[in-house]
Structures are given as structure tokens and as C-alpha cells.
Unconditional design. Structure first.
Length: 217
């Protein structure tokens, strides 16, 4: 049953994942000077990973993909009326929700990691650009990648809750976005910031499991 759930989630998130990957590749290949589309220009910009527009675009796509996946896996079930069918299977509700969360988070993490690695390998290859490169220059991108993952869990929580959309539902997502922004300015980010994000993720996941266990679907 759980294997069937994994296949179902992969099938339903495949389209959104493909759109996210194309969006990542569009601006990453532009940074590499390789036109993905005839009108995309194919002109490199500045030092790899240091050029401000790269991190900004990576943030935008990551946030959109994370929120889109979270809502696709939760709110879409409510719109189609399939929660009743899914959560009344012989498996425990927490296991079923856990499978959805694991698949969605993994899809987001893979989609976000691939363009960073692609751009990093290109930047590390001699003769591709006339500027210095160290892998430590990718830390800003990895920070955005990890931070946006929290918004996936927040969007999932928004979609699974039974409250009004223009109320506590969207407030949950707005509060999570604010917390993620605040976490970005913490000192010693890879120590304190990562710990803060993990705590936020844990709270969101526990909240999701609580709603799944107590809500009358």
C-alpha cells in the first residue's frame, strides 16, 4: 500500500517538478551563457553564484516550487474530495501523511539541488568563465535551498487544515515565511540558522500529523 502511495505522489507531483526544473534551468543556463530558448539570450552574468540576480531568482523559483508542491499534495486532495478515501485505508494516518511529506520534500530537494550542482560543476570547469570560483561560493544557494523547504511544510499544513483560507490558513503560511526571512539574518547561519530551520520544520510536521489525526475528514 505504501509503495502505491509513493507511486501516486510521484505521478501527481511530476508535472509541477518538471515545471520547476525548467524554471531553474532557464536562468541557470542563462548564467552559463547557454541559451535554453532562442529568446533567452545566452549571455553570462558576472561571477558564478556571486551575481545577486542568481540568488534572487533561485529564491523565487524555490519558494514557488516548495509552496506549489505543498498545496498540490494537500489542498488538491481537499478540492477533489479524496482525503476521505486516502486516510481510511488500513495503514495508520500518520504513515500515509508521512509518505506524502517524504515524497514531496524529496522531490523539492532534488529539483533544487540539481541546478546548483550543474552550475557549480560548470563554474569549476577550467575555461568556462574568466573569474575565480570556489565551492564555498555556493553556500548562499544552498542556504536558500534549505530555507525554502520549510515553506513546503507550511504550505502542506495550510492545505490540510480545515479553517478558512482568508484567515488562520494563510496566516500560517505568512508566519512561516516571516520566520524563514528572520532566520536568514541570524549570525553563524550554518549553526544557528540550520538549527532554527530544523526546529521550524519539526513544529510544522508535528502540526501536520496532529491535524491529520484529529480532523474529521
Amino acid at each position: 500500500m505504501l509503495t502505491a502511495m509513493v507511486r501516486k505522489e510521484l505521478r501527481e507531483t511530476l508535472g509541477l517538478a518538471a515545471i520547476g526544473l525548467l524554471a531553474y534551468l532557464y536562468f541557470v543556463t542563462g548564467q552559463m551563457g547557454i541559451p535554453l530558448l532562442p529568446w533567452s539570450g545566452g549571455r553570462g552574468y558576472g561571477i558564478p553564484f556571486v551575481y545577486e540576480a542568481f540568488v534572487s531568482m533561485f529564491w523565487i523559483v524555490s519558494v514557488a516550487l516548495a509552496i506549489g508542491l505543498g498545496l498540490r499534495q494537500s489542498a488538491a486532495e481537499s478540492l477533489r474530495g479524496t482525503w476521505l478515501f486516502l486516510l481510511h485505508r488500513p495503514a495508520h494516518r500518520s504513515r500515509l501523511i508521512g509518505v506524502k511529506l517524504a515524497v514531496g520534500a524529496l522531490v523539492y530537494l532534488i529539483c533544487g539541488a540539481l541546478p546548483i550542482l550543474l552550475y557549480g560543476v560548470w563554474a569549476a570547469t577550467p575555461g568556462t568563465h574568466a573569474s575565480p570560483f570556489w565551492w564555498s561560493m555556493t553556500l548562499g544557494a544552498w542556504q536558500a535551498w534549505l530555507s525554502a523547504a520549510s515553506l513546503y511544510f507550511a504550505a502542506f499544513l495550510v492545505g490540510i487544515r480545515g479553517a478558512r483560507w482568508f484567515g488562520s490558513r494563510l496566516f500560517t503560511l505568512a508566519a512561516a515565511m516571516l520566520l524563514v526571512i528572520v532566520i536568514q539574518i541570524e549570525p553563524w547561519w550554518w549553526l544557528l540558522g540550520t538549527a532554527s530551520l530544523l526546529l521550524l520544520d519539526a513544529w510544522l510536521i508535528l502540526s501536520i500529523l496532529y491535524v491529520a489525526r484529529t480532523r474529521d475528514f
